[in-house]
Design a protein around this ligand. Structure first.
Ligand SMILES: Nc1nc2c(ncn2[C@@H]2O[C@H](COP(=O)(O)OP(=O)(O)OP(=O)(O)O)[C@@H](O)[C@H]2O)c(=O)[nH]1
Ligand SMILES: [Mg+2]
Length: 335
């Protein structure tokens, strides 16, 4: 399914129904009093977050969300029908903004979380309300109030504990498919992953965390090179980044250059991303070329004060140690 993480939509709540002008007509009562009922309330437009939705795709094709108007009042003091609310389901992690000002109105970050985006108008009062000692036959009633209307921008920012970053082909998807039930496509060409994937890691009986696999980054991603950096917004809300490095792609690749190139892209996108704790690990140590370089690369990182972990997403070597470190760091950050 296509992954859509932004949508512009117009919401309009229902108008209140009109109040009614009516007079009682009964046999042998020539001048009955006013009995015009009130109009019913117009429906609200309410957003509701659900785990059954993963993208804003539905809204891309349905940009107008309009609730029904309330029914008009009628004689015999009958109130018009109140219209039901219009519920619009969005994925958990959807942020709702005013389209024109950019002001954030709601962040629906847990399942069942709701936001009333436009309130329906209340119904007008019927003429039965307007009698007084001096005015026995009111021939007027109120109009219903108008429903609110707004143009909104919806932005989905996935909610995960850990975001995986790295160059294309580094083995990000292989890793997530090894540690969770997520099954993104894996292949030996760049940009195999073109949409973010979430995987739940069952770390122990009482502990689990969510990892996000996003499309690979390359030099110039902030200028739109490759898949660009638009997917980085999906790791903005993570507590931790897992940075995967692969030196098997080019003959003279060096892990440090690889590491700084990705960090440079993160910083250009949003300097706050570079402040996040990273667990850094070199993948593919099952390959002889990579294994031969482990000592040298680990020492190079150590000099800079960074621990370079090593693992193989294919054989599983080193993965448990990495999950332990991730769980430990998440504990420290209060997840
Ligand atoms: N030998 C070896 N190959 C690996 C390992 N991990 C991943 N690969 C291979 O590397 C290639 C790329 O793996 P992916 O998991 O698709 O890489 P990715 O980082 O998700 O790539 P993009 O989605 O393109 O960004 C595939 O051919 C994998 O089989 C590993 O530990 N050892
Ligand atoms: Mg991938």
């Amino acid at each position: 399914m296509k992954f859509v993480d932004e949508a512009k939509i117009y919401v309009k709540a229902g108008h209140g129904g009109k109040g009614c002008v009516s007079f009682r007509r009964e046999k042998f009562v020539p001048k009955g009093g006013p009995d015009g009922g009130d109009g019913g309330k117009g429906g609200d437009v309410i957003f509701i977050a659900s785990e059954s939705h993963h993208t804003l795709l539905d809204l891309k094709y349905k940009q107008h969300q309009m609730a029904k108007n309330g029914g008009h009042g009628s004689g015999n003091n009958r109130t018009g029908k109140s219209s039901g609310n219009l519920e619009v389901t969005v994925p958990v992690g959807t942020i709702i903004k005013n389209f024109d000002t950019g002001e954030e109105l709601a962040d629906l970050c847990s399942p069942g979380h709701t936001f009333t985006a436009a309130r329906g108008g209340i119904g007008g009062k019927g003429n039965a309300h307007f009698t007084s000692s001096t005015h026995q036959t009111p021939r007027f009633a109120q109009e219903g109030m108008e429903g609110e209307e707004f143009t909104l921008k919806l932005e989905l920012k996935l909610l995960a504990d850990v975001g995986i970053i790295g160059f294309p082909n580094a083995g990000k998807s292989t890793f997530i498919s090894r540690v969770s039930a997520a099954r993104p496509k894996i292949a030996d060409y760049p940009f195999t992953t073109i949409t973010p994937h979430l995987g739940v890691v069952k770390y122990s009986d009482d502990k689990s965390f969510v990892i996000a696999d996003i499309p690979g980054l390359i030099h110039g991603a902030h200028d739109g090179v490759g898949m660009g950096d638009k997917f980085l917004k999906h790791i903005e809300r993570t507590s931790l980044l897992f940075h995967i490095i692969d030196i098997s792609q080019e003959p003279n690749a060096n892990a440090w250059a690889n590491f700084t190139a990705i960090n440079n892209e993160l910083e250009k996108y949003n300097p706050a991303l570079i402040e996040k704790t990273q667990i850094v690990a070199m993948n593919k140590i099952d390959l002889p070329f990579v294994r031969d370089n482990v000592k040298k690369e680990v020492a190079r990182f150590k000099k800079k004060g960074i621990i370079l972990n090593t693992f193989s997403a294919v054989t599983g070597e080193g993965i448990r140690e990495i999950l332990n470190k991730i769980a430990e760091k998440l504990d420290q950050t209060g997840q």
